[in-house]
Design a protein around this ligand. Structure first.
Ligand code: SAM
Length: 269
């Protein structure tokens, strides 16, 4: 059941769970540590739980909000009006480069709508050149996947894509009671910092992503089986990968080596 919060009825379809716990809000804003000479962009400001305390510290903030009622409220907000640029739209379809000034990298943050948090992360990875860092509230399970080590259940294609591009630091665990209405799951805040020089560079990030999609398609199968249309067992061995291993045992470096071999042989996947 949706409950009202500050006179607004939470909309499930927009993944609305509003933060109200001031300890959690302060901890997130401290983790972001916004500064005046930086360009910050918030995804899904909602009822301004994070927006307000961030605006207390800086002069300019861009927010991307899909819910028109909430965007209206933000535009009419008495204290923040001067500081906020409200962009009405779907974060999934937004080109974040447009928010850059003088090519300065963006600091992106938000308590993301959980129903689309993984697609939003992939969408931002596609425009990583515009991003300095990201702080997101996510389902704890998603943060576990972002930070996972090879050989664990949480390790998968999201892990490989994000860890190739970013350093991942879980920051804070957040219980359901910190939100109105409370979500059914535990939450966590994570900091993602894109590498200026990735430790395992790839020729083509899309090829890496597509290869991982195929490799993890059936986790119980061997890597040889999952990738048989793209690479044979002998070649896997030549690349230092045991063809009989399961996909989750391969390191990020292994996947990058595979993707680079594929790209050099066949071009983009
Ligand atoms: N930041 C607020 C807070 O912490 O209380 C609200 C967080 S709520 C989990 C998610 C917010 O994202 C809502 O304001 C919702 O309307 C907005 N939203 C949902 N889908 C969106 C999308 N595709 N693009 C931009 N904002 C979206």
């Amino acid at each position: 059941m949706t409950k009202t919060h500050l006179g607004h009825r939470a909309r499930k379809r927009f993944g609305q769970n509003f933060l109200h716990d001031t300890f959690v809000i302060d901890a997130i804003v401290d983790a972001i540590n916004p500064q005046n000479d930086e360009q910050l962009v918030e995804i899904g400001p909602g009822l301004a739980a994070l927006t307000e305390p961030v605006c207390d510290r800086i002069e300019q903030l861009t927010v991307v909000e899909l819910d028109r009622d909430l965007a209206d409220r933000l535009e009419q907000h008495p204290f923040m009006q001067q500081k906020l640029t409200v962009y009405r739209g779907d974060a999934l379809k937004t080109d974040f480069h447009q928010f850059q000034k003088d090519e300065q990298k963006l600091r992106v943050f938000g308590n993301l709508p959980y129903n689309i948090s993984t697609p939003i992360i992939f969408h931002l990875l596609d425009q990583i050149d515009a991003i300095g860092d990201m702080h997101f509230m996510l389902q704890k399970e998603v943060v576990d996947r972002l930070a996972a080590q090879p050989g664990t259940k949480a390790y998968g294609r999201l892990t490989v894509a994000v860890q190739q591009a970013c350093a991942v630091e879980p920051v804070l665990l957040v219980p359901p009671g910190a939100f109105t209405p409370p979500p059914k799951v535990e939450s966590a805040v994570v900091r993602l910092t894109p590498y200026s020089e990735p430790p395992h560079p790839v020729h083509d990030f899309k090829t890496l992503q597509k290869l991982c999609l195929v490799a993890f398609n059936q986790r119980r199968k061997t890597i040889r089986n999952n990738l048989k249309k793209h690479i044979d067992a002998e070649q896997l061995e030549a690349l230092g990968i045991n063809p009989n291993d399961r996909p989750e045992t391969l390191s990020v470096e292994d996947f990058c080596r595979l993707a680079n071999w594929y790209y050099e042989q066949h071009g983009a996947l």
